[in-house]
Design a protein around this ligand. Structure first.
Ligand code: BG6
Length: 494
């Protein structure tokens, strides 16, 4: 893959064209993120934000939508009332039916006639509209050499459909100017994973099959369908979460050290991992994966209905998935990566759990308690922390010799950086799109390697007749998910 230009080599955008500007993501995340970038002076004063969507609004109407969403969704520490008016001044709006490419000339006025101007486009619309949107952008001349395009997921529902979308995009925008968004890469602790691994001498010598016994990655959510019926049903946890966010986390944990923190080096290393994933296919789907669907239960003391009741019809969409994966290369030979994610689980947390191997020989014999192997727990959310569990001696004068205890070496990022505002992942990603740095965006070969692995699992499910097992809302998925690790003598870290 060709090296993409690094930050600084391209000019920051002076126009940001936001498709889906009145949608849920725009209101919850994108507009509040853009506001923060504005309020902190991180974007140039000349940057204009042009929203577009189907709603028949004018500039004032869109500014009102934006003002309301800031009011509703800005975190208290991000509120800067003095900056609101100047932010809203940046906004304008063009009502547009993205399925009608011939109408896109309406964008010409607000964008301006200068076609050499650096422009960032953000598509936060249904992927079914990507084809006509790109055609419309071409007709409006918005496909010049200084235009870059950001694409929100889902980019297709399998390898073939993602290739159709990627081909349509590639016809107008080369890979170096295509920014595929995986918002997990914008999260601070996800980037911190790179700092932890590659800015410290401590871990790397042990970061392999000799030092590590297994890895767990959990992304658990307490929410259910949240009114996203039309998107979620038929998609399910494997494609909604595992295909993108969780495989990206796995790739960051497992990759070789890149030579630089640059877009080509980082993504070259990630794609090697993704391509080394051992296929889970017809032969292993039933033994290496578990799917579930939540039934009624209680989350945080509140009774909640089952998925089918929320949906109002029968469905075999999985709301939980757990897999046992392997990265087939020298570094990770024989090290299982257990991944699980689900909706309506007991709590909301995302974490990476690294279990190191036992010491080769215990000098304490059977005395002093059980010697536990070290664990590194990297919490991404809700709070950000890194915790290393180590064995120490319990204070005391016991005649039996020393008594050992496992205690945490805690790095709470929330308290270490108490004065820092916690940012929305989209602030980082929007800023990088505006400035043209693709390091934290997903390259086409990564997406395709991800889909290839996921498609094989789905084929395997079909062939082996794997259907989701019910689990009560508020529990850790079906009991088979527990058995998936227990068979190997491993307990999920809850
Ligand atoms: C999205 C999924 O990509 O990520 C959602 O479509 C999920 O189903 C969300 O809820 C989780 O993101 P976060 O940042 O809340 O962990």
């Amino acid at each position: 893959m060709t090296e993409a230009p690094a930050r600084g080599a391209v000019l920051p955008a002076t126009r940001l064209l936001l498709f889906g500007a009145t949608g849920d993501l725009a209101q919850r995340m994108l507009l509040p993120s853009l506001f923060s970038l504005h309020a902190e002076g991180l974007v140039a004063p000349e940057l204009k934000i042009i929203g577009t969507a189907r709603s028949p609004l004018d500039d004032a109407g869109f500014r009102q939508v934006a003002a309301d969403s800031l009011d509703k969704f800005l975190a208290p520490d991000a509120r800067k009332p003095d900056s609101i008016a100047s932010f809203l001044d940046r906004l304008s709006y063009v009502p547009l039916d993205a399925s009608q490419p011939e109408n896109f000339t309406a964008l010409t006025g607000p964008v301006g006639a200068d076609r050499d101007m650096p422009i960032a486009i953000y598509l936060s619309t249904a992927p079914s509209l990507f084809g006509s949107t790109i055609e419309g952008l071409r007709r409006a001349g918005l496909d010049g050499p200084n235009v870059r395009i950001g694409l929100e997921k889902p980019l297709g529902h399998d390898l073939a459909s993602s290739a159709v979308i990627n081909d349509a995009v590639a016809a107008a925008y080369p890979e170096q100017r295509t920014f595929r968004i995986d918002h997990y890469l914008g999260k601070e602790t996800v980037q911190n994973l790179l700092a932890l691994r590659f800015a410290n001498r401590l871990f790397e010598p042990l970061w392999n099959a000799e030092g590590i016994e297994h890895v767990q990655i959990t992304v658990s959510e307490t929410v259910g369908l949240e009114g996203r019926v039309s998107y979620y049903d038929g998609v399910g946890a494997l494609r909604d979460m595992l295909q993108n966010h969780m495989l990206q986390l796995l790739a960051l944990v497992a990759m070789e050290p890149p030579a630089t923190f640059g877009p080509a080096a980082v993504r070259d290393e990630k794609v090697k991992v993704l391509r080394s994933l051992r296929p889970i296919d017809r032969a292993t789907a039933a033994s290496h994966s578990v799917t579930g669907q939540y039934a009624e239960g209680a989350v945080a003391g509140q009774a909640v209905p089952g998925y089918i009741d929320e949906l109002g019809r029968a469905s075999d969409t999985e709301t939980f998935v757990a897999v046992k994966a392997h990265v087939d290369n020298w570094r990770w030979h024989g090290v299982p990566f257990y991944l699980r994610t689900g909706k309506r689980l007991p709590n909301r947390h995302s974490e990476i759990y690294i279990q190191f191997r036992e010491v080769p020989h215990s000098i304490f014999g059977g005395r002093g308690g059980v010697l536990q192997s070290n664990k590194l727990v990297i919490r991404l959310q809700p709070e950000e922390s890194i915790r290393l569990l180590v064995m120490v001696k319990e204070p005391g004068l016991g005649r039996e010799g020393i008594t050992l205890r496992e205690v945490p070496l805690d790095l709470s990022l929330t308290s270490a950086f108490a004065g820092f505002r916690r940012r929305i992942a989209y602030e980082r990603l929007l800023l990088d799109l505006i400035e043209g740095d693709p390091t934290l965006f997903v390259r086409r070969d990564e997406v395709e390697a991800q889909w290839e692995w996921i498609d094989a699992i789905r084929d395997g499910w079909k062939a082996a007749n794997v259907t989701p097992r019910p689990y009560a809302a508020g529990t850790w998925g079906p009991s088979a998910a527990i058995a998936l690790t227990e068979r190997d003598g491993v307990h999920w870290h809850d």
